[in-house]
Design a protein around this ligand. Structure first.
Ligand SMILES: Cc1cc2nc3c(=O)[nH]c(=O)nc-3n(C[C@H](O)[C@H](O)[C@H](O)COP(=O)(O)O)c2cc1C
Length: 209
């Protein structure tokens, strides 16, 4: 089973579409989860998980952690917020501390695919997800970087805000038109191609295991 997780706070954003695109291309049994709207706190360092590798903090992460344990592969996508992985994504991985005790690594050997989304294209999120996967002794198959969206296009003030991304890219505008908007996932030929390519590789690897 392939588990796809989108850590974005937006349930139908670019990260979500990219993760789903990879799952579809893999052509195997899969489950998709969005972290949007979920309550997931970070690890509190209580170490109550040390004896049984089970996190004792109770929130929406516990079910997700169980699904991570059952999966053969995890496609994890997260957006860049403030130059790093968003808090929901980070919290989700922090809690996998519970899987790493007494020389047991419960996610060891599971295949991992990274999806990183940002507006500026600097891809700061990929190495963060990669590091979490490697610390869990997962095997990374591929990584996909997708062009994100900027909130400045829909916040209501973007056309005239000197700080925002709309004015930085297009100058001051009377109105933000469709032609100004960043492309959604389905309007990014390269992202569509690589999602299909990566999904196909993941599917082949799992089928032949
Ligand atoms: C709080 C916040 C901070 C952000 N900071 C950055 C940033 O520093 N660099 C960047 O390239 N994009 C930044 N973004 C843009 C997101 O990475 C972009 O909107 C992405 O598409 C979000 O993923 P989603 O479409 O799956 O929701 C930020 C977005 C939010 C909401």
């Amino acid at each position: 089973m392939i588990l796809g997780i989108s850590a974005s706070g937006r349930k139908d954003g670019v990260t979500s579409e990219a993760v789903k695109g990879i799952l579809e291309a893999a052509g195997l049994e899969s489950e998709y989860i969005t972290l949007a709207g979920k309550r997931i706190g970070g690890c509190i360092g209580c170490t109550l998980c040390a004896s049984d590798n089970t996190c004792k903090v109770k929130d929406d992460w516990n079910t997700i952690g169980e699904k991570m344990l059952k999966a053969d592969a995890i496609v994890f996508g997260a957006p860049n917020y403030f130059g790093r992985m968003n808090a929901l994504g980070h919290a989700c991985w922090e809690r996998t501390f519970s899987f790493r005790h007494r020389e047991l690594f419960n996610l060891a050997g599971k295949l991992g695919v990274i999806v990183s989304t940002d507006y500026e294209g600097n891809n700061f999120v990929k190495p963060e997800i990669e590091d979490f996967m490697l610390r869990n002794k997962m095997a990374i198959v591929e990584a996909l970087q997708v062009q994100g969206y900027s909130q400045c296009y829909t916040c209501g003030y973007g056309q005239n805000c000197g700080v925002g991304n709309v004015v930085r890219k297009h100058g001051f505008l009377d109105e933000i038109k469709a032609e100004h908007l960043p492309p959604h996932f389905k309007e990014q030929p390269q992202s569509l191609f690589h999602a299909a390519r990566i999904g196909k590789i993941l599917g082949s690897m799992l089928k032949n295991r």
